[in-house]
Design a protein around this ligand. Structure first.
Ligand SMILES: Cc1cc2nc3c(=O)[nH]c(=O)nc-3n(C[C@H](O)[C@H](O)[C@H](O)COP(=O)(O)OP(=O)(O)OC[C@H]3O[C@@H](n4cnc5c(N)ncnc54)[C@H](O)[C@@H]3O)c2cc1C
Length: 362
């Protein structure tokens, strides 16, 4: 068997690690000059999105023997709306680093890999598919799946973010649900050390929102955060992503080509998290190639989660600032704690089940 992996990111590297641990050396192609060759940013895992798994880091280590170290766990989540606020103190999830940083997840996976990577190399799919018995498309966007007519687009989003310096509690994540900062989206500040954090606004692309507006939203949030935290936060780095497509592949596998990570449809439309599914799809593609299971079967629950998440996104887009105020005020105190505390129950699953009737009707 000759396996080609296109892309040395989360899904490509986890796939390669599992293959080589089981005696199969893949050929890995990476477009950039090194692993994680992009801006540094903080990303998060939220336990509530992965129920019944309580602790994704522990799950990935114990179930698959892949070691990933986050920079911290999240012990407190602040949610701000225009006129309300909720503070949830629970084990919410984890914060980790991505990109060109020595502790990024990409760098941690690279340390566990023995195979060589062909850098600055992105041979065309047509060539690769002829030369190799199996191809894993792990390129981190939907371009390949779209080109192969194997992708259903649901929305596109834009993100504007910066690294800011200041004093942060690295166990606290803060989110803003407020159309004045991110119409139909959200803003957040995620610290990745005591002195650095990412301040980001993320929202779906709307015909009414221009790139200039995006800057205005980010500036407005930036001002608010400086006022609320009573500190000036100098910007040390910036990034902007426009028209990032969120959707899912139609077939997780076509012939011997596997669609993993964002090519699979890892990014959950509700709040745009995709790391956990990317890692899982990389591992599951390797399992299928090794004859340990069927990729289609293994990824079925992930596809269901995607559909549920899409319902929640549609609902989120229909909410006004007033409605955000009401919902978030209810999360303060016991209810929020109950929803977020580790449990086998999946409140988002039930919520999306009931809400899908509402979404279909509206
Ligand atoms: C700003 C931002 C914030 C995010 N925040 C979160 C978060 O908080 N929580 C969360 O769970 N998810 C988050 N996500 C989503 C998450 O990062 C992705 O779902 C995940 O990284 C996708 O993994 P992947 O394996 O598909 O691709 P990646 O990890 O992106 O890797 C793709 C690799 O393929 C390479 N490549 C691209 N094209 C080619 C080619 N033609 N040939 C060879 N190599 C190629 C790229 O250079 C890259 O190294 C965020 C995404 C962004 C952009």
């Amino acid at each position: 068997m000759k396996v080609a992996i296109m892309g040395a990111g989360l899904s490509g590297l986890t796939c390669a690690i599992v293959l080589e641990r089981n005696g199969l050396k893949p050929t890995i192609y990476e477009k950039m000059g090194q692993v994680g060759d992009r801006f540094i940013n903080a990303e998060a895992f939220m336990s509530i999105l992965n129920r019944p798994i309580h602790d994704v880091i522990r799950y990935i280590t114990e179930e698959f023997h892949i070691d990933l170290k986050p920079v911290s766990h999240i012990a407190k989540l602040n949610i701000h709306t225009e006129n309300s606020h909720a503070k949830i103190e629970e084990h919410i999830g984890f914060i980790n680093i991505r990109g060109r940083h020595q502790f990024s997840f990409e760098m941690q996976l690279l340390e566990q890999l023995k195979s060589d990577i062909h850098f600055n190399s992105s041979p065309p799919y047509d060539e690769i598919s002829k030369e190799f018995s199996h191809v894993v498309l792990a390129t981190g966007d939907s371009a390949d799946a779209l080109q192969l007519h194997n992708y259903r687009k649901n929305l596109s989003v834009s993100l504007k973010g910066a690294t800011v310096r200041g004093e942060f509690d690295r166990y606290t994540a803060t989110v803003w649900l407020n159309h004045n900062y991110a119409p139909k989206g959200y803003g957040y500040i995620l610290p990745f050390s005591e002195h650095e954090a990412n301040l980001v606004t993320a929202h779906p692309n709307l015909s009414t929102v221009t790139e200039e507006d995006q800057q205005k939203y980010w500036d407005a949030l930036y001002q608010t955060v400086q006022t609320q935290t009573n500190q000036s936060l100098p910007v040390t780095d910036q990034f902007q992503i426009t028209n990032f497509v969120i959707g899912s592949c139609i077939h997780p596998r076509i012939g011997n080509t596997f669609f993993t990570g964002n090519n699979f449809g890892a990014i959950m439309p509700f709040i745009g998290f995709g790391q956990f599914v990317s890692i899982l799809t990389g591992i599951y593609a390797a399992y299928d190639i090794l004859g340990y299971g069927s990729y289609e079967e293994l990824t079925k629950p992930l596809r269901k989660s995607y559909e549920r998440s899409l319902v929640l996104r549609q609902v989120m887009e229909s909410l006004s600032n007033n409605q955000y105020d009401h919902i978030v005020s209810m999360l303060n105190g016991k209810l929020g704690k109950r929803i977020f505390k580790p449990s086998n129950q999946d409140p988002l699953k039930y919520l999306s089940y009931f809400l899908r009737f509402f979404v279909r009707r509206s």
